[in-house]
Design a protein around this ligand. Structure first.
Ligand code: ADP
Ligand code: MG
Length: 326
């Protein structure tokens, strides 16, 4: 394309909230045949709200286990604080949420915010953890009032040698509702599950529909679990075979390489620090404007309005300006 075409396209983009960072970007966008969306914060608001608190084992929270009670199975589950119905959490739920929120107060992850805010809304005042470790793509580990607290996915608990089978039923139910379930372990034992839900951005369905109508393949990559990912993809009309879930942050770039290994030219759309290597690996990297600076720096295109439908706009601008001038 001529420098004039590039200038026109770039300036039309800018007035529409689509920032192309270099002259060649506009041309590359036109050749994209696959759009890979990160889920959280890109297709969804990334604003998680605490929805459920389920204590599995009353004794784990007290640090003691009465004689004769040896299993922490789902049968002991109570659901007093479920559904955000304003019910006052019972003691085991209160302690579970207190421990989880205290551990999560060291994290800036959207799930962590949901747990901390959810605790505050239920009148629980978390404490500052003494030790804190973040396990990217898995969860957090912290020392809360001398107790070792884990909050995260099954992989996090497995790494610490904590059995998670007792939470399987509760977790499956929550995930099939599209919620993200977080397992909580206290002092090496599974204590319960807390869950948070995100909402799909209003324009996400329009973006997916529009891109598919244009003949582009739409895929989704997420660190979230399979069931939750499927529930969201389903809502958006992304076929199950185009969804890759449980992708660790350092695997996202490899996942993009794998998608492109058949010659596909992918535009990766993401928002987080985790997404930066994947944005760089993609034929075109597009960052959500409200995303982290690291993602924006790694990107070729920035979507200033945080609107996934602007991906379609980017494709249309690139196509229209280049076609007109050729
Ligand atoms: P995404 O790719 O959807 O943005 P992440 O890679 O940040 O997700 O996280 C992947 C998964 O790891 C989450 O769905 C959750 O199960 C777990 N996880 C990550 N951070 C936390 C946290 N602070 N608390 C609990 N779980 C977490
Ligand atoms: Mg994200």
């Amino acid at each position: 394309a001529t420098p004039a075409a590039t200038m026109i396209g770039t300036s039309i983009g800018a007035t529409n909230g689509v920032l192309f960072t270099g002259g060649d970007v506009l041309e590359r966008v036109r050749d994209v045949d696959t759009v890979v969306f990160d889920k959280t914060g890109t297709l969804t608001e990334g604003e998680m709200t605490l929805t459920d608190v389920v204590a599995l084992d009353r004794t784990a929270a007290d640090g003691g286990r009465p004689e004769g009670e040896t299993r922490a199975d789902g049968a002991g589950a109570t659901a007093a604080a479920e559904g955000g119905d304003g019910a006052t959490p019972t003691a085991p739920e209160t302690d579970l949420l207190y421990a989880a929120a205290s551990a999560e107060s060291g994290s800036e992850h959207p799930l962590a915010d949901a747990v901390v805010d959810g605790a505050a809304e239920r009148g629980i005042d978390p404490t500052t953890p003494t030790g804190f470790e973040n396990a990217a793509g898995k969860g957090v580990r912290a020392t809360v009032d001398g107790r070792d607290v884990l909050v995260g996915n099954p992989a996090l608990l497995a790494d610490a040698g904590v059995p998670v089978d007792a939470a399987a039923d509760v977790r499956e139910r929550l995930e099939s509702e599209g919620k993200t379930a977080m397992l909580v372990a206290i002092d090496g034992r599974l204590a319960g599950v807390v869950a948070a839900a995100d909402t799909v951005k209003p324009s996400a369905k329009r973006a997916v529909d529009g891109l598919q109508e244009r003949g582009l393949t739409v895929r989704m990559l997420t660190g979230d679990n399979e069931r939750t990912a499927r529930a969201v993809a389903d809502e958006l009309g992304i076929p199950a075979e185009n969804v890759r879930a449980e992708v660790l942050p350092d695997e996202k770039a490899d996942a993009v390489d794998a998608i492109q290994s058949d010659g596909s030219r992918a535009m990766m759309v993401g928002d987080g620090v985790n997404d930066a290597p994947a944005l760089a690996a993609a034929y075109v990297g597009a960052a959500i404007g409200s995303g982290t600076d690291v993602a924006i720096e790694a990107a070729d295109v920035t979507l200033m309005r945080d609107d996934p439908a602007d991906v379609l706009k980017a494709v249309n601008i690139s196509d229209a300006t280049l076609r007109k001038i050729e």
